[in-house]
Design a protein around this ligand. Sequence first.
Ligand code: PLP
Length: 410
Amino acid sequence: MFLIKKQKRKGLFRKSNKYPIIDLDAASTTPMSLEVLRKMHPYFTDLYFNPNAIHSAGQLVASEIYLKRKEITEYFHVQNSNILFTSSATEANNWVILSCAQVILPKGAKPHIIYSAIEHDSIIAPIKALENKGLITTTVLNVDEHGLISVEELEKNLSENTALVSVMGVNNEIGALEPLKEIGELLNSFKHKQNTPYPYFHTDAVQALNYFFWEDIKGLDYLTFSAHKIYGPKGIGGLLIFNAPSFKNLQPLILGGHQEFNLRASTENVPLIVGLAEALSILNINKNKEIKYLTKLKKSFLTNLLKESQFIEVNGSLDHSSPCILNCYFPGVLASDMVVGLSEKGILASPGAACSANSTNPSHVINAMYHNKIRAQESVRFSFNHNLSLNNIKKAACMVGDTYNKLKKV
Ligand code: PLP
């Protein structure tokens, strides 16, 4: 029975066994580290107790959560921060937006939310839903050809009613690194002049945990992240809260229990909390090594890919981007055709964000950068995990080039 299921699953994405799988879709999810799995295991079996129970076994597990919370805030090197566990970064992003949409402003004004045009759907969708209901006003920040927002444009749009500014750290489709430090400085002085705890500054750091020194970014109030993008388990995310006013501003999304400081009811998922903490701890130890290796992989992939065709172009800037993500424009070939063609050869890539990969809409990120819907439909994201070998990267680059050349002729 198990074998039949396994074969069926394989058949979903591969027509033959001629090629090994080469996973170039790390921005979508990463393989969970065995060390993380090992750390989680006892909390599924021997230490399965409910941390809300007042007996000693429950309290033992509760103290473990307390320690993990402390370890995670230490990872970010931010004094007096706190962490709330969620089911995902999607939930954490929704939480920040829905809370900031309820900020009480003088004269009953509607809260104003500013966000970048290239945010993930878990930011854009809740903002649009609130806007459609007439509950908030919004400003979308444009990006340039490198995928970067302009801090001057942000400054021009700030008003006394701005409740939230949400700009991601690293874009999940093109890897652009946004100017968080400059945004933080601007918002800090704006709040100071206004003498208000808002505009709250939030960053979606799902793809960014490795690439910023969080203690250097002043003015951040909220940061969201997800374990499965950093070799941890799926089904757990975090909301890091930087100070007391932003903590007080949070409104509970899920009611019916006192967990997470009365802000998110439901029994804590202890194994996943342990897994998230372990994934972060490994990331912390290997940070520099990881960046160096991924940079090498990305460079090698691109060099070899560009040898295959003179038509392929890089989307965005190579200088100011994450070493994990590379986005390329393949003129004349639909991204979905490229991805299916590559999948048949065992290479996993993505036409854009994983959550919208099934949609035929052109990427809103590439479109925001180039104002070109065709380019947005003909661009593919490649993203790298640390288990890939240099040899496989080179092989994959040749196969991507070959697939493109064949599809272009068709
Ligand atoms: N934000 C960004 C930038 C992402 O890349 C993703 C996932 O692709 C998410 C949010 C959602 O994360 P999760 O899968 O934990 O809901």
